[in-house]
Design a binder for this molecule. Sequence first.
Ligand code: AMP
Length: 287
Amino acid sequence: MTERRLRLAVPNKGRLQQPTLDLLRNAGLMFERTERALTIPVRNVDLDLLFVRTEDIPEMVADGVAEMGITGIDLLAEADLGLSITTELGFGRCRLVAAVAEDDPAQTIDDFAGRRVATAHPNVTSAFFAGKGLEVTIVPLRGSVEVAPRLGLADAIVDLVSSGSTMLINGLRPVVTLLESQAVLVAGIEAENGRARDVEQVTTMLKAVVAARRKRYVLMNAPAAAVAEIEEIIPGLDSPTVVPLAHEGMVAVHSVVDAADVWDVLPRLEIAGATGILVLPIEQLIP
Ligand code: AMP
């Protein structure tokens, strides 16, 4: 019997979908997305993409319907299937917070005792309050959690926030964070059914994109005498590359820096004597 192609479960809609497709394309996977198709073959890798609801992805991977999946940490925690996170993907960042109406007297989590708490994350929420020894009544909702207090459906909510502006608009005030979430790659028990190497290959390629997004490639010209000082500013992955230029005494220096540090590093390089400084994106990086 021929083995079926490896499957990666990805969101078929919602806010994690586009960044997931961007990640896969950046990793070099070639595929044509046709709306409605459940599975789409990747042309250049022995891999099928399985398009399903973000919240169903943990189940799909746990059941072995797909060897891997991309979903949110919050959904993984809610499903509670014992899946482990292979890689944090750096997008879909949000927090699961417990919140009350702005004019509510609650200041700490203890003030939630005895309340009705609306949430789309009933398992995480019950486990959280049980862990604190607090009794609450969970009001499970599929969506629109933030309007529950106004509708008189609950006295408090547990919901996802990123900027916090939706809560503010709805007159809600966060009191405590239950968990920090972002999109992650998860893998099932394929190590036991002999697909560990294929899974590892996909994981490596996705990790390479995530790592690359956090870095920039910088190139500059400088007097050879400035190299020591420049190396101190931009030590690079191992050490910067230094190549001689046609003009005696001048070199080109290439290095990799954290994207977050570029702002701080460029003026210092200029002071150290660098000229013609270029900052380039990196597509993939395997350290
Ligand atoms: P969806 O409901 O399909 O749009 O996907 C929701 C998932 O996106 C959540 O489970 C989170 O993992 C993630 N997410 C990231 N930021 C937010 C946010 N501000 N609100 C809701 N979900 C978010």
